[in-house]
Design a protein around this ligand. Structure first.
Ligand code: B1N
Length: 832
C-alpha cells in the first residue's frame, strides 16, 4: 500500500498538527519520490519524513540567512576537515520541539518514530573526538543564535565501517550517500574555481599571480543546523569537487581514449572520495593536501563573496573592515592553508599590499590545537607544497622570513630559539613546513581544549612563543551538546531530571543540573534513577545481542571503554585488567566467586587501517571475549565484549546504559576527551587518570565520585627515564596477566609483538612508552574499589546522581559562549 492510500497528500509545509504532518509526509512520498509508488515501508517512510522535516528547516534557514544579511553582524566561520554528525532526524524534531507531533503523524501510517529514525545512516565525516566536537559546536552555535557557519568537505565515503572477522578488524567503505541524504541542499549557484599546480607569473609592475595548472570547481551543499527552541538555523556548508563539460575531451573519447578523456573528472572525484585517505604513500599525502586546500580556498572565496554581498561599497575595498565582520576558526592545523590563501586572495586578487593583507589575516584567523602527540603535528614537505601550491609556498616563505626578522630585531634574547620556532624546517634531509608554527605565527589566538592541555601548550609545546606573545594563548575546555547527549539519547533519565528540577530549562542551561545535588540521598529519586538506568541497560544488552550474539546480564556492572583504538588511550591496559580478573576468578573457589561483583567489560572503537598494534588490540579483546564468555565456571561473573562498528548512533545507545566508563590514557596525552563528559552527564562514574578534561570533571563531580589512579602528567617524563635506566620494577600482577596471554590461553594468534611493546627496548620492545606497566597496579586497585562501591547500591546511585549533577560545566553552550566572547567577538543575532 502506498502512503497516499493511508493519508491524503498535502503539499504545504507541515504545521505542528499531526494530521497536517501526515499529509505532508504522504505528499513527499508521492511528489518527491525516490522509490516506486506502491510500497511504503520503513525506509520509504524515513525519507519522506526527513523531507517533511526539511521543509521546516529550510524555512528557518532562509529566514536566518536573510536576517544575518540585513543586520550584517560579525560572523564566525568554523573550518574543519571533519564533522561527525551522526543521525539527524531525532535531533531535528527534538530541536524544533515537534517530536510528539511527528510521532503521532507516523502512527497514522502504523510506524513508531524511533523505528523510523533508526533507518537513517550515520553521517560519519570524521574520525573521532575532533569531528564530533565540531558537530556539537554547530548545535550550540545555532542554539545560542550566533551568526556562524561550519565549512567542511562532502566526502563520498565517510569513516569506514568496521567488521570483526576471524582475523580481526576489516574495513568496509561507509556509503552514507547510498540512496541519498535527505538533509543536504545542493546550491548550483555557489561554485568557486580551485586551482592546483601551475606556476607564478610576474607582471611588469612586479605583481605576482598564480596561473596554469588544473582548475576544478567547488560546489556547495548546505546541511541546515537547527538550534534548540529558536527560529535560527545555521548552515554546515560541505564542498564537493566537480569538473565541467569543457574539461571533458570529446575528441579523445570518440577516439576510444575513455580514461584520458575524463581525466579531470576523475581527479575531481578523487578529492572528496574518502575521509582522510591513508597517508603512507606519496600519492595519499598529496591527496590529503589537496583536500585541505580545497576546503580552505572554497570557504574563503565564499566568505569574501558574502562580505561583499552584505554591503555594496565593500566590492571596491574597505578591507580593514573585514576582521570586524569575519572570524575564521581553524579546527586544528588541517585548515592552516586558510592563512596563505587569505593572503593570496587579498594581495593577488584584491590588490592589497603585504602589510595590509597581513594585518587583516592576523586579526581574522585563530587556531585550536587538539593534540601534543608529535606524530599528529602536521608537517608538509616543502617540495610537495611548492609543486601543488607554488604561490602559497612563496607566501609561506615570506611569512617565515618576516617572523625571523621580527624576532632578531625585537628579541635578541630569543635568537637561539629561532630555528625551532620558525615556520620552515630547512633540514636538508627533509625540508618541511610546520603547520602548527604557521598557525601560531599568523593567528591572533591559539587555544587548547582543556585546562591541563592548554597549560602543557603554554609550558612546553608553544612556550617560546608565549614569551613573545603572552596574550595569544587561551584555554577553552571542550563541551558536548546536552540535547543529543542527554535529552534525546536518554529520554528516561531526562524526564526524571525535568521532574525533580521542575523545569526542562536544563536542556539549554546545563548548570541547572546542580539542583539535583540536594536530592542525592532521596530514596524516591534513587528508585526512579535506578529504574531509568536499568531500562537503558536492557536496551544496551539488546544491541549487544543483536550485533554480537552475546547475552549479557543487565544486573552486572556495565563497564565501557569506547573511543578510537590507540596505544596512548591504553585499551591494552583495560584488557590486561580483564585478563587478570579472569585468571583470579578461575583460581577462586565457587564459594568465593559468589562474593564477586559481576561485570560486563565492553570495548569498542575503530583502529586506523594501517595501525598494526591497534588492530592487534581489537583482535585481543575479541579473543579474550571468546574464551571468557564461553567459560561456564566464570561467565556469570565476567563477560568481555567487543562492540563492533562504534559510531555516533551506537554511542547514543551505549552511553545511557553505562555505569562505569574508562578514560585511562597516559597522563598528558589525551588533550581533552569528550565522551568522558557524555558518560558523566548520563550518570556514569569514571575510572580515569588525571588527564585532559578528566581533571576538570573530577573537580566538578567531586573526588569521591571518580575513581582516580595512575601517574600524573608531570611524572611521565621522569618515569620514562627511569624505565630506560632499568629502574622500573614490574608488579607481579602485571607480569602474571601478560604471561597468561603469552601462554596461549586465548588462542594461537601471536601476541608477542603487542606484549613486547610493554617490555624494555629489545626486540619489538618499545620500553612501554605509554607506561601501562607503571600504572597497572594502581589501576587494578582502583578497579577493586569500584567492585566494593558497586556492592553498596545506595552509594553507587548517589555517585551516579552526583555525576549528572556536576556535569553542567561541560555543555558545549558554555564552550561556544566563551569562544564567542573571548576569541571571536561575536554576539547573538536571533531571528525575530
Ligand atoms: O580532539 C578531541 C579531544 O577531545 C581529544 O582528546 C583529541 O585526541 C582529539 C589528526 C586528530 N586531537 N587530534 C586529533 C584528528 C584527526 C587527524 O587527522 C588529529 N583528534 C584529536 C577534541 O578536542
Amino acid at each position: 500500500m502506498s502512503a497516499a492510500d493511508k493519508v491524503k497528500p498535502a503539499a504545504s509545509p507541515a504545521s505542528e498538527d499531526p494530521s497536517a504532518i501526515a499529509g505532508n509526509i504522504s505528499y513527499h512520498a508521492q511528489y518527491s519520490p525516490h522509490f516506486s509508488p506502491l510500497a511504503f515501508g520503513p525506509e520509504q517512510a524515513f525519507y519522506a519524513t526527513a523531507e517533511s522535516v526539511r521543509d521546516h528547516l529550510l524555512q528557518r534557514w532562509n529566514d536566518t540567512y536573510l536576517h544575518f544579511h540585513k543586520t550584517d553582524p560579525k560572523q564566525t566561520y568554523y573550518l574543519s576537515m571533519e564533522y561527525l554528525q551522526g543521525r539527524a532526524l531525532t535531533n531535528a524534531v527534538g530541536n524544533l520541539a515537534i517530536t510528539g507531533a511527528y510521532a503521532d503523524a507516523l502512527k497514522k501510517f502504523g510506524y513508531e518514530l524511533e523505528a523510523i529514525a533508526g533507518q537513517e545512516r550515520d553521517a560519519a565525516l570524521g574520525n573521532g573526538g575532533l569531528g564530533r566536537l565540531a558537530s556539537c559546536f554547530l548545535d550550540s552555535m545555532a542554539t545560542l543564535n550566533l551568526p556562524s557557519w561550519g565549512y567542511g568537505l562532502r566526502y563520498r565515503y565517510g569513516l569506514f565501517k568496521q567488521r570483526i572477522a576471524k582475523e580481526g578488524q576489516e574495513e568496509i567503505a561507509e556509503d552514507w550517500l547510498d540512496k541519498f541524504s535527505p538533509w543536504e541542499i545542493v546550491r548550483h549557484d555557489v561554485v568557486y574555481p580551485i586551482r592546483f599546480f601551475g606556476h607564478v607569473e610576474i607582471s611588469p609592475d612586479g605583481k605576482r599571480k598564480w596561473a596554469g595548472g588544473e582548475v576544478l570547481n567547488a560546489l556547495a551543499y548546505d546541511v541546515p543546523i537547527p538550534g534548540y527552541k529558536t527560529k535560527n538555523a545555521i548552515s554546515l556548508r560541505l564542498w564537493d569537487a566537480t569538473a565541467t563539460a569543457e574539461d571533458f575531451n570529446l575528441f579523445q573519447f570518440n577516439d576510444g581514449q575513455y580514461e584520458s578523456a575524463a581525466q579531470l573528472h576523475s581527479r575531481a572525484q578523487q578529492i572528496c572520495a574518502v575521509l582522510y585517505p591513508g597517508d603512507a604513500t606519496e600519492e595519499g599525502k598529496l591527496l590529503r593536501l589537496k583536500q585541505q586546500y580545497f576546503l580552505c580556498s572554497a570557504s574563503l572565496q565564499d566568505i569574501i563573496f558574502r562580505f561583499k554581498e552584505r554591503k555594496a561599497d565593500r566590492v571596491s575595498g574597505k578591507w580593514s573592515e573585514f576582521p570586524s565582520k569575519v572570524a575564521v576558526q581553524m579546527n586544528d592545523t588541517h585548515p592552516t592553508l586558510a592563512i596563505p590563501e587569505l593572503m593570496r586572495l587579498l594581495m593577488d586578487v584584491e590588490g592589497l599590499g603585504w602589510d595590509e593583507a597581513w594585518a587583516v589575516t592576523n586579526k581574522t584567523v585563530a587556531y585550536t590545537n587538539h593534540t601534543v602527540l608529535p606524530e599528529a603535528l602536521e608537517k608538509w614537505s616543502q617540495a610537495v607544497m611548492r609543486k601543488l601550491l607554488p604561490r602559497h609556498m612563496e607566501i609561506i616563505e615570506e611569512i617565515d622570513k618576516r617572523f625571523r626578522e621580527m624576532v632578531i630585531s625585537t628579541r635578541k634574547d630569543m635568537e637561539g630559539k629561532i630555528e625551532s620556532m620558525r615556520v620552515l624546517d630547512n633540514n636538508p634531509e627533509k625540508p618541511v613546513v610546520r603547520m602548527a608554527n604557521l598557525c601560531v605565527v599568523a593567528g591572533h589566538t591559539v587555544n587548547g581544549v582543556a585546562e591541563l592541555h592548554s597549560n602543557i601548550l603554554k609550558q612546553e609545546l608553544f612556550a617560546d612563543y608565549v614569551s613573545i606573545w603572552p596574550n595569544k594563548f587561551q584555554n577553552k575546555t571542550n563541551g558536548i551538546t546536552p540535547r543529543r547527549w542527554l535529552r534525546f539519547c536518554n529520554p528516561e533519565l531526562s524526564e526524571i531530571v525535568t521532574k525533580w528540577l521542575k523545569t526542562d530549562q536544563w536542556t539549554s542551561n546545563l548548570d541547572l543540573l546542580t539542583g539535583l545535588r540536594k536530592f542525592a540521598d532521596d530514596e524516591k529519586l534513587h528508585a526512579e534513577w535506578a529504574a531509568a538506568k536499568l531500562a537503558s541497560k536492557k536496551r544496551l544488552a539488546k544491541h549487544v545481542l543483536d550485533v554480537t550474539g552475546v547475552t549479557i546480564d543487565p544486573d552486572s556492572l556495565f563497564d565501557i571503554q569506547i573511543k578510537r583504538i590507540h596505544e596512548y588511550k591504553r585499551q591494552l591496559m583495560n584488557i590486561l585488567g580483564a585478563v587478570y580478573r579472569y585468571k583470579k576468578l578461575k583460581e577462586m573457589s565457587a564459594a568465593d566467586r559468589q562474593k564477586v561483583t559481576p561485570r560486563t567489560v565492553m570495548v569498542g572503537g575503530k583502529a586506523f587501517a594501517t595501525y598494526t598494534n591497534a588492530k592487534r588490540i581489537v583482535k585481543l579483546v575479541n579473543d579474550v571475549g571468546a574464551v571468557v564468555n564461553n567459560d561456564a565456571d566464570v561467565n556469570k561473573y565476567l563477560k568481555v565484549v567487543f562492540i563492533p562498528n562504534y559510531n555516533v548512533s551506537v554511542a547514543e545507545v551505549l552511553i545511557p546504559g553505562s555505569e562505569l566508563s574508562q578514560h585511562i590514557s597516559t597522563a598528558g596525552m589525551e588533550a581533552s576527551g569528550t565522551s568522558n563528559m557524555k558518560f558523566s552527564l548520563n550518570g556514569c562514574v569514571i575510572i580515569g587518570t588525571l588527564d585532559g578534561a578528566n581533571v576538570e570533571i573530577r573537580e566538578e563531580v567531586g573526588q569521591d565520585n571518580f575513581f582516580l589512579f595512575g601517574a600524573k602528567a608531570d611524572q611521565v617524563a621522569g618515569l620514562r627515564k627511569d624505565r630506560e635506566n632499568g629502574l622500573f620494577k614490574p608488579d607481579p600482577r602485571f607480569e602474571e596477566a601478560k604471561q597468561f596471554i603469552r601462554s596461549g590461553a586465548f588462542g594461537t594468534y601471536d601476541y608477542t609483538p603487542l606484549l613486547d611493546s610493554l617490555e624494555g627496548n629489545t626486540g619489538f620492545g618499545r620500553g612501554d612508552y605509554f607506561l601501562v606497566g607503571y600504572d597497572f597496579p594502581s589501576y587494578i586497585d582502583a578497579q577493586a574499589r569500584v567492585d566494593e562501591a558497586y556492592k553498596d547500591k545506595k552509594k553507587w546511585v548517589k555517585m551516579s546522581i552526583l555525576n549528572t549533577a556536576g556535569s553542567g560545566k561541560f555543555s558545549s553552550d558554555r564552550t561556544i559562549d566563551q569562544y564567542a566572547k573571548e576569541i571571536w567577538g561575536i554576539s547573538a543575532c536571533p531571528v525575530p
